[in-house]
Design a protein around this ligand. Structure first.
Ligand SMILES: *Cc1c(COP(=O)(O)O)cnc(C)c1O
Ligand code: SF4
Length: 356
């Protein structure tokens, strides 16, 4: 099935467009796209025409994204987010920057807040983001959590205060339709679970995945829960194109709640204008701005760090250009696993309070 990367790329891109109406063919296509992604510095070097440094972390970039990276060049937000850099080999930073391991429970769950828990069915992503807060776990050979639905069920039955399951990972939409449907059915069978949420980067990285079978799985599920939300991870308007907007429109037609998640990143989106442009793009696509994350102190990603004071200045400038309903919540995850805190201090741009 693997198609060599090279001239074929253009064909597959055109093919993608013509296949928009043909869900059967289209169905096979996202897997092929996924499989054909760049995974070696050598191949990426050949394609981009620039030396790619070796780092301690693997690389994974779908061809459609690599095309955009090539077009926008080395100084672009896309290059910085996805192409390996020598700065990743620095020793600073934490392996588990938000204390996930402290709160991991049997059966792929992370239970930090009373009424909701993260469910991690996979550690595979459609792309490997160089700033990823889980880069030291995800890119690791060993599985972070072992699949064990018996344990998950036992935990949820004992903790009926949990009413929302948040699929995270990895990227939950990388699962097959069957696997995803079976997990959703499993949670639908637990009476206390009323809300379902998916945290995903797929819509802006591999929009071909938002195909008819996936839409049907989501549609069928909607009867079993009070709400189904999809929190879409996007950091810059440069990630966007028409195919992505079409995929988002299909999700919107299902009547799901679409939310956004953005990470503030040095040299990627650390100006008010970058954030304003992105929020306008999200709003236009009927995605509600939800979170703006302060960067996590992750080992291998410290070169993306923005001082808290700078982040607060950027955030304070948003209100001038965005209505309140288009402003995301600016938050910081505490490294000890105690969870999210508001990162904006309206009284001062200086650091205050005890985060660390
Ligand atoms: C962020 C997070 C959630 C979701 O929190 P919301 O504020 O509901 O978006 C849930 N569980 C864990 C462990 C988290 O880190
Ligand atoms: S999609 Fe999310 S989990 Fe996956 S590499 Fe990017 S930031 Fe990390």
């Amino acid at each position: 099935m693997a198609v060599p990367i090279g001239p074929v790329t253009t064909i597959s891109k055109n093919k993608l467009k013509t296949m928009l109406d043909s869900s059967l063919e289209f169905e096979n296509d996202w897997r092929d796209e996924f499989k054909n992604s760049f995974r070696s510095t050598h191949k990426l070097h050949q394609f981009l025409g620039f030396e790619i440094p070796k780092t301690d972390y693997p690389l994974f970039i779908p061809v459609r994204l690599a095309l955009k990276i090539k077009e926008l060049g080395q100084q672009s937000s896309l290059w910085k987010q996805f192409v390996p850099s020598t700065l990743e080999n620095e020793d600073k930073g934490l392996v588990d920057p938000i204390g996930d391991l402290v709160h991991s429970k049997p059966g792929q769950l992370i239970h930090r807040y009373q009424n909701r828990a993260l469910f991690m069915p996979t550690n595979i992503c459609p792309v490997l983001c160089r700033y990823c807060f889980r880069k030291n776990e995800l890119f690791n050979e060993k599985e972070l959590f072992e699949a064990n639905l018996v344990e998950t069920q036992k935990y949820l039955l004992e903790h009926s205060e949990i009413n929302e399951i948040i699929f995270s990972g990895g990227d939950p939409f990388i699962l097959s339709d069957e696997k995803l449907a079976s997990y959703i059915d499993f949670f639908a069978s637990i009476k206390s679970i009323k809300h379902l949420r998916f945290h995903t980067r797929i819509p802006v990285i591999l929009p071909s995945r938002i195909n008819q079978p996936l839409l049907e799985v989501l549609k069928k599920s909607s009867g079993h829960f009070e709400t189904i939300s999809i929190a879409i991870h996007s950091n810059h308007v440069d990630e966007w194109d028409q195919e992505i907007e079409t995929a988002i429109m299909k999700l919107n037609r299902l009547g799901l709640q679409l939310l956004s998640q953005t990470v503030l990143l040095k040299d990627v989106n650390n100006t008010a204008q970058d954030i304003v442009n992105l929020m306008n793009k999200l709003v236009k696509n009927k995605i509600r701005p939800y979170y703006l994350h302060h960067p996590d102190s992750v080992k291998g990603g410290m070169h993306f760090m923005v001082p808290l004071e700078e982040g607060r200045k950027i955030y304070s400038e948003l209100r001038d250009q965005l209505p309140g309903w288009a402003i995301p919540q600016y938050i910081i995850d505490r490294p000890d696993g105690r969870g999210k805190l508001p990162a904006f201090n309206p009284e001062s741009f200086n650091f205050s309070g005890q985060f660390i």
